[in-house]
Design a protein around this ligand. Structure first.
Ligand code: RP5
Length: 165
């Protein structure tokens, strides 16, 4: 099975990105976690992206805050799909990171999720890997079904507790 990479610009992104790790783990997807920065360790970041496909990765999740160029820097150095996660780690509440991550020029795509959207980044990564992994696709279907069941249970509980008919 292809591995997922979770790359983040700083250890201060770890708490949010734990959501991506938990989600990949729940879906039984192997993943590597690295702190690599487009600005502070640009050579190591580029080297990771350049060798990722040969190392057996199928997708890269790149999380960064502020002037968030990490996802773009990854995309510039690999043909693997890159999922960008803008971090809410600044005085601008992540809007700076969102725009820096999402506004890629034509020809160099980054699939950008919501600010702090670590769980959706992992799910998107899982869906990408699942295209060539039928058992994972089936685990994703189970994940969706469990999510639906949870909402239905909440609906029943809330309707009973709050309705005044
Ligand atoms: C970005 O700058 C990181 O991804 C982090 O979100 C933000 C702040 O980093 P630290 O100053 O906390 O290391 O590169």
């Amino acid at each position: 099975m292809k591995k997922a990479a979770i790359i983040m610009g700083s250890d201060s992104d770890l708490k949010v990105m734990q959501g991506a790790m938990d989600t990949l783990k729940a879906l039984d997807i192997p993943y590597a976690v690295r702190i690599l920065s487009a600005h502070r360790t640009p050579d190591a970041a580029a080297a990771f992206a350049k060798t990722a496909q040969a190392e057996g990765f199928g997708v890269i999740i790149a999380a960064a805050g502020k002037a968030a160029h990490l996802a773009g820097a990854m995309a510039a150095n690999t043909l693997l799909p890159v999922v960008g996660v803008p971090m809410k780690s600044s005085t601008l509440d992540g809007l700076d990171a969102l725009l820096s991550t999402v506004q890629m020029p034509s020809g160099m795509p980054v699939a950008t999720v919501a600010i702090d959207g670590a769980v959706n980044a992992a799910l998107l990564a899982a869906q990408i890997i699942a295209l060539s992994d039928a058992p994972l696709m089936s685990r994703l279907a189970d994940y969706r079904a469990a999510q639906t069941r949870k909402v239905e249970e909440k609906d029943l509980r809330i309707a009973e507790e709050y309705s005044n008919l």
